[in-house]
Design a protein around this ligand. Structure first.
Ligand code: SF4
Length: 327
């Protein structure tokens, strides 16, 4: 059977509610021919339409505490183990976060995520974050509230839930077999523990990672199947934007068509999940950026990233409208 017939069979299988197997995903990730890639994108697009519709979810993130992190994540501009030129600052005020939330709301973001550097959140900062989450929910009731503050205890997760937090981001970053080469100061299992706590407390889980850390095709599939097993609500996919001074500064990132293929394979492994394209979109996809939706994605980050510039929100809104999609 040719690969295009195989893609057709896979589409019928997924649209009827059955799962893609590891071997099928492995055959898809090996596709190289342009016409076969096109067939894969079309299938991923139809699966996105069936399970996620034509609405694009927009999230705006804010870096509420930057740099000086004790952890050694090899990709990260905010680690104190690396010699980067990233701007560092302590936890910003509640008023400042409120102002940034207002800007996100006016930019048409559906959700606003408060992010702090570090492996843990300290109790004083957690109290401030709970206070500002409640204030933002009161001032902008339609804006969903997310946070990404590192590892959480059960009590901390409960406090965030009580304050009104809707979703929490905690990435596993990559597959378990590569994690030890990317970070040595905490373990893959540490990250799983926080995800378990979030589920127990009833906070939605946003969990994904980064493409371009040195993983091979098989590890990319393992990573997607890991996320499937975790049954998270949203899968953020970043494409490494190599930062000078980090151990990954010279990593070679796959070409745009290869990145679109990865998005499509993730869509077919995770047909019903929100798949959000995050950092590195502009730099790595270049003129192929708008193709992410027709390759299977249904969500993006708008505005700036944590330490790098993004697009102007109105440019992304225009792109979505030009594609005939809705926000
Ligand atoms: S824990 Fe977070 S902020 Fe710290 S180095 Fe790792 S990714 Fe960066």
């Amino acid at each position: 059977m040719g690969i295009q017939d195989k893609i057709k069979d896979i589409e019928v299988k997924i649209l009827s509610g059955r799962d893609l197997s590891f071997d099928e995903a492995d055959s898809l990730i090996k596709i190289n021919e342009a016409c076969d890639l096109q067939a894969l994108f079309e299938t991923a697009n139809r699966v996105r339409e069936k399970f996620r519709g034509d609405r694009v979810d927009l999230c705006s993130i804010t870096n509420a505490k930057s740099g000086n992190c004790s952890q050694d994540c090899a990709f990260c501009a905010q680690s104190s183990h690396h010699n980067t030129k990233t701007n560092t600052y302590p936890f910003v005020s509640v008023e400042e976060i409120l102002e940034r939330a207002k800007h996100a709301f006016n930019s048409k973001a559906h959700r606003f995520c408060i992010v702090t550097s570090g492996c843990f959140v300290d109790e004083k900062e957690l109290q401030e974050i709970c206070r500002v989450v409640t204030l933002i929910k009161k001032n902008f009731p339609t804006l969903k509230m997310d946070a990404s503050l590192g590892k959480l205890t059960r009590e901390q997760a409960r406090s965030l839930k009580d304050a009104g937090l809707d979703r929490y981001n905690h990435n596993i970053e990559t597959t378990e077999s590569l994690f030890g080469q990317i970070c040595t100061t905490h373990s893959f299992k540490d990250r799983l523990e926080t995800i378990r706590i979030l589920k127990e407390v009833g906070i939605e889980v946003c969990c994904g990672g980064i493409i371009g850390l040195g993983e091979n095709d098989r590890q990319r599939i393992e990573f997607a199947f890991y996320l499937k097993e975790l049954d998270v609500d949203c899968v953020p996919i970043n494409f490494l934007n190599p930062v000078g001074g980090t151990p990954l500064e010279n990593n070679k990132i796959p070409e745009p068509l290869e990145l679109l293929k990865i998005i499509s394979v993730f869509r077919l492994i995770l047909p019903k999940k929100q798949i959000r394209i995050c950092g590195g979109r502009q730099k790595n996809l270049r003129q192929y950026q708008s193709r992410i939706f027709f390759a299977g994605a249904d969500a993006i980050i708008i505005g700036d990233y944590l330490t790098t510039k993004g697009s102007q929100p109105n440019e992304d809104l225009q792109m979505i409208s030009d594609l005939g999609l809705r926000i």
